[in-house]
Design a binder for this molecule. Structure first.
Ligand SMILES: NC(=O)c1ccc[n+]([C@@H]2O[C@H](COP(=O)([O-])OP(=O)(O)OC[C@H]3O[C@@H](n4cnc5c(N)ncnc54)[C@H](OP(=O)(O)O)[C@@H]3O)[C@@H](O)[C@H]2O)c1
Length: 433
């Protein structure tokens, strides 16, 4: 082994930061051999200097201010593990790049919102921005896209990008319980935050999809163009009907090219049981990539937690130490593709619809007429149960053949207007990569 050590500063010593310190301490010899030079942690910063931590950081230079650390002498690379798209995380990242330090981060929110500014700043002085941990935690999907699949035009990407949602949907399926119940349990077990909205409303997955799509398609990050829906409206009944129809419900992040335009969307999907993501359960993440040469490749693994996330961060440090770096979103900024965006109402796909209706003649005929008028063709239709004097409500479930979302929305508006339709229809898009 030869070469000067790569001098590392870590901002944030929480779950991921402590995990990174642990690997750097325990695997120093192995990492030095793989990197061709020692990777030496020299400085750390967190909010509370006196906090008890699972790793000993007393031998490193301490900074109360992470942005000050980022510009201090004797640092080659700053690892930002604080989190959040604004405030000190952004300030630290920009200060690091401004001072000529490479940046490693696990912060998907920061990259999804400010990725263009970060990439442009890094490019000016030929610095690396590495973010394997920001998408699907320990799964080397960015590296897979950037290196292993670099011969391909990527056609589509579909991913289970949020472990909390996947855990909740898995538990709903296994126990037959409703969303709110399972969420409360997940919070008690530490799988979901006290404020779960970032996860269950799909925002975290949308941040990751934004970054993933840019790495896959070589386009600028554009969080605002991602269509986002979460899992709050998924019911135990939908999960039961999905199983009857041969589907699983998953929250997917999907990016695909459609006639030279890009679709980026996060929403619950019904996927067939033989879909590569159907068997990915609990808190696991997975990403299926469709490349024009390779066909389908699926990456599966742990998307969160100290060890898995730190594994990805440290792999980025090894790359930086070796000088194995590429432009942030795989292409130089000037060559990124500004692809037109497919608006959601032009999305084409199949749909599952569950209606709660009064058990009375004429309802099915009304559904049929609305669909006929919009040229939406039914794939399957069934009524579940029989109305009784005490409860006249029954479920009517139908799936469609491929149609466009605008036509589907017109059909739903007409169906909903019928007096026998007593609740808002449950609509889930059906996907097959
Ligand atoms: N947790 C995961 O499994 C996971 C997976 C993938 C990606 N990520 C991403 O990794 C990043 C870190 O996540 P985490 O789970 O490790 O977060 P965390 O456990 O909440 O830790 C955050 C750390 O940032 C420090 N911090 C907060 N404000 C600060 C400030 N003003 N100056 C300096 N340090 C400050 C905290 O200091 P104190 O310790 O002193 O409070 C803490 O050490 C986030 O971007 C997250 O999205 C996390």
């Amino acid at each position: 082994m030869s070469g000067d050590p790569l001098k590392v500063a870590i901002a944030g010593l929480g779950t991921v930061g402590a995990g990174v310190v642990d690997i750097l301490q325990k695997q120093a010899g192995l990492l030095a051999a793989r990197a061709g030079r020692p990777i030496e942690l020299v400085a750390v910063s967190a909010r509370r200097r006196d906090a008890s931590r699972p790793v000993d950081v007393s031998s490193y230079r301490w900074f109360d201010d992470a942005a000050e650390m980022a510009v201090a002498d004797g640092i080659d690379v700053v690892v930002e593990l604080i989190g959040g798209s604004e405030g000190i995380a952004r300030k630290t990242a920009m200060a690091a790049l401004g001072a000529g330090r490479h940046l490693v981060t696990a912060n998907k929110a920061l990259l999804a919102i400010h990725g263009s500014e970060i990439a442009a700043t890094a490019e000016k002085t030929d610095l690396a921005v590495a973010y394997e941990a920001a998408v699907a935690g320990g799964i080397p999907v960015i590296k897979g896209l950037r290196e292993g699949l670099s011969a391909n035009n990527i056609v589509a990407i579909e991913g289970i990008l949020n472990g909390t949602c996947n855990y909740i949907l898995t538990q709903m399926r296994l126990t037959g319980r409703d969303f709110a119940d399972v969420l409360a349990d997940a919070q008690a077990l530490g799988y979901a935050e006290a404020d779960p909205s970032f996860d269950v409303d799909g925002i975290d997955a949308a941040h990751k999809l934004t970054v993933l799509a840019s790495a896959a398609f070589g386009c600028p990050v554009d969080f605002d163009s991602v269509h986002v829906e979460g899992i709050r409206n998924i019911t135990a009944l939908d999960i039961e009907f999905a199983a009857e129809l041969g589907y699983r419900i998953k929250l997917l992040g999907i990016a695909r090219l459609v006639d030279g335009a890009i679709e980026r969307r996060v929403h619950p999907c019904m996927i067939p049981l033989d879909h590569p993501l159907a068997m990915v359960e609990d808190a696991f993440n997975a990403v299926t990539v469709l490349g024009d040469a390779v066909d389908k490749v699926t990456f599966i693994g742990r998307g969160a937690g100290a060890g898995p996330t730190a594994s990805a961060v440290v792999a980025d440090l090894v790359d930086v130490a070796r000088g194995r770096t590429t432009p942030t979103f795989t292409l130089p900024q000037a060559e990124l593709r500004n692809l037109p965006v497919v608006p959601m109402d032009r999305h084409r796909g199949e749909y599952y619809v569950r209606l709660t209706v009064l058990d009375q003649p004429g309802v099915i005929a009304h559904i049929g007429a609305a669909m006929r008028d919009e040229a939406v063709s039914i794939s399957r239709l069934s009524q579940h149960g029989r109305g009784t004097a005490a409860n006249r409500n029954v479920s009517v479930v139908f799936t469609t053949h491929e149609t466009d979302e605008a036509a589907m929305n017109r059909v739903l508006a007409r169906i909903e207007a019928h007096p026998a339709v007593v609740a808002k229809p449950s609509v889930i898009r059906i996907e097959a990569i």
